[in-house]
Every structure is written in C-alpha cells, then in structure tokens.
Design a protein around this ligand. Structure first.
Ligand SMILES: O=C1O[C@H](COP(=O)(O)O)[C@@H](O)[C@H](O)[C@H]1O
Length: 325
C-alpha cells in the first residue's frame, strides 16, 4: 500500500508526542504534526496522567500495533478513502486477533451493525482469510434489533451475510441474541450468556470495573452520535449496573433493541470506532474538539475506556469539520 502517515497530536485533546502544547485556554485542537508515512494521518493522545504513546508504537502504514495494557489511550486515524480505511482496519483486527489468541487462547470480538460490516470486508479476503486463526474467534454484538435473525433489520443477518458466512469461525462461537424472546427477555438471556462465558474464561473480566472486558469492540457511530443502541438524551446512557439492557423506543427504527451498556463498552481492552462520510462530520467534530458540559455529551463522547486503547478509524469526509486536520 502506498501509504503516507502523519503522526500528530491535537494539543487540547491530544497531547503532543514531544511536549508541544497549545495554551490550556485554547479549546480548539492545535495540531502537532510529524510526518511518518504518506496517506493517512494519525493523532494520538493519552490522558495527561498516562504515558504518551511513543512514535515507535505508531503504525508504519496507518495502523497502530497492539499496545500494552497500561492506561487508556486514544488515537485518531484519518484515511484518504474508505478503501484504505478498510485495509488498515483488517490489519489492525488481525494483529489483535493474533495477540489475544496467543495470550489467552481466545479472541473476543464485538460487532456493531450498520456501515461497520462493510468496512470489515478485507478480513474475508487473502491474506487474512487464511492467516487469521478464526478458530479462536468468539463473536458478539454490541447491539441487536429485536427481530428475527433473517429479518432485513437484523444486525446478525447483516454481519452473517457480509462477513461471518465467509469465515471459518465455529458456529458455536457466534453468539447471536435469542430472537424468540421479548426485548427484556433477550437482554436478560444475552447477559446470562455473557456471565457463563466469563465463568468459563472465554470472556475476560475487568478487575478494575467488575464488567466483562472484551478484547476488541468494533463499533460504528450514527450521524446523531449514537453508538450501539445508546441514543443521545435517552436514559439508557446512564445505566450503571446491567451488562446488557433493552430499549423499546429507539429513535432510529426498529424501536425494540438490546444493547451493551456503557460500563461494558468502557471496560474493553480495545475499541475501533469506525466512522466515515460527511453525514457524521458534525458528531465527529463535537466528539473530537471542544468538550461540552457533561449533560450535553453525545453517546460517542461517553465511550471512554477505563484501561484500554480507543482508535478512531475515519475518512476525510468524516473529519471535514475538524479544524487543523
Ligand atoms: O442502528 C444502528 O446504527 C449504528 C450506526 O450505523 P451506521 O450505519 O450509521 O454506521 C450501528 O453502529 C448500530 O450497531 C446499529 O444498530
């Protein structure tokens, strides 16, 4: 891949790698930029109290290798095209699959629905089709619509048709919701399933939060800043106890859904937030620039990992409203 990568840090949000900082008063990210490649740009940050990623931890082709588990880190990758994003997302996911398969004998991958599934298409092609150890994969959904599995609105169907049906993942390791149950029943059932998988060691537990710690959550974001089925202004965004909950009045159809809660999303080891297109630029701009009062946070802004690495995979259109790109 003929790739250029720029490493950069937005001083307000992303502390620079070598100590350059914009004045604290500035709410507009000032970009510190260092050329390390050619077509995508990489912004990294960690919270001020946490170690800043060394340049060596950055990608040579737009993808950051698996990081250590210490602290919470944020990265912003900007690709010239969705095609390049898809290539990098496949490499990133394959590397994490290898890391966790070696470390714990299993790789727990959480999928969203929506545009994410199309962005995962490169994993279904060589070299990944043959090089990834698919037998180690355990697949979950961050949210699901309460519809039959063969319904056009089903996130399972979307993932099966576009991704899972092309991969040799053991069917018993693909954890779809029980579509014979009500929304309440399906959420309870999925939570019970997760608890069992924690007990038998397939899903890790976060010692820090007491919630399950998935290896990688591959998430999308709606134009309104929703992630999973956690919508702006909906009380579900404040759920603190449940692992999986349900919604019956989703503003985006269909209305009945089940969803992971923020404590589960935020306990992940890695999150890839995959966001493309100009229609999402306003939400990206809000999430990645000036911080608002906490009552005004979009769901995507509430995705803050306790101890993990959060990487935005974006294209130029999605970041078109950010300043100093
Ligand atoms: O309804 C949903 O929407 C979001 C975003 O979808 P996208 O097509 O705009 O990427 C998705 O992440 C979620 O899983 C899905 O249920």
């Amino acid at each position: 891949m003929s790739t250029s990568v720029f490493a950069a840090a937005a001083a307000a949000l992303f502390p620079p790698l070598t100590g350059h900082r914009s004045p604290p008063a500035s709410r507009v990210p000032v970009i510190f930029r260092r050329r390390i490649g050619s077509k995508s740009r990489l912004f990294t940050s960690s919270s001020p109290s946490l170690p800043i990623l060394p340049a060596a931890a950055m990608a040579t082709d737009g993808v950051a290798p698996a990081a250590s588990d210490a602290g919470s880190k944020k990265k912003l990758l900007i690709f010239d095209s969705e095609e390049e994003l898809a290539v990098s997302l496949a490499k990133y996911t394959a590397e994490l699959s290898e890391k966790f398969a070696a470390e714990r004998g299993a790789f727990t991958a959480v999928l969203s629905g929506g545009s994410l599934i199309q962005a995962l298409r490169k994993l279904t092609e060589p070299p990944y089709l043959n090089s990834v150890d698919w037998s180690k994969w355990h697949v979950f959904w961050v949210d699901e619509r309460v519809v039959p599995k063969d319904h056009e609105d089903s996130n399972y169907k979307l993932a099966f048709d576009g991704f899972l049906s092309k991969l040799p993942i053991p069917p018993g390791q693909v954890y779809a919701i029980n579509d014979a149950l009500s929304a309440e029943g399906a959420a309870d059932d999925y939570e019970t399933c997760l608890k069992q998988l924690v007990k038998n060691g397939v899903v890790a537990m976060s010692a820090a939060t007491g919630f399950p710690r998935f290896d990688l959550q591959l998430l999308g974001m709606g134009p309104d800043g929703h992630i999973a089925s956690l919508f702006p202004g909906h009380p579900l965004v404040n759920e603190k106890e449940r692992w999986v909950t349900y919604i019956k009045d989703s503003p985006k159809p269909p209305p009945e859904r089940i969803t992971f809660t923020f404590p589960v999303i935020n306990s992940s080891a890695y999150v890839a937030m995959v966001v493309t297109g100009a229609g999402k630029a306003a939400a990206v701009q809000k999430a990645l620039s000036e911080k608002q009062a906490s009552s005004d946070l979009l769901p995507v802004e509430m995705a803050v990992l306790q101890d993990g690495e959060f990487t935005w995979f974006t294209d130029k259109e999605a970041v078109s409203m950010l300043q100093n790109k």
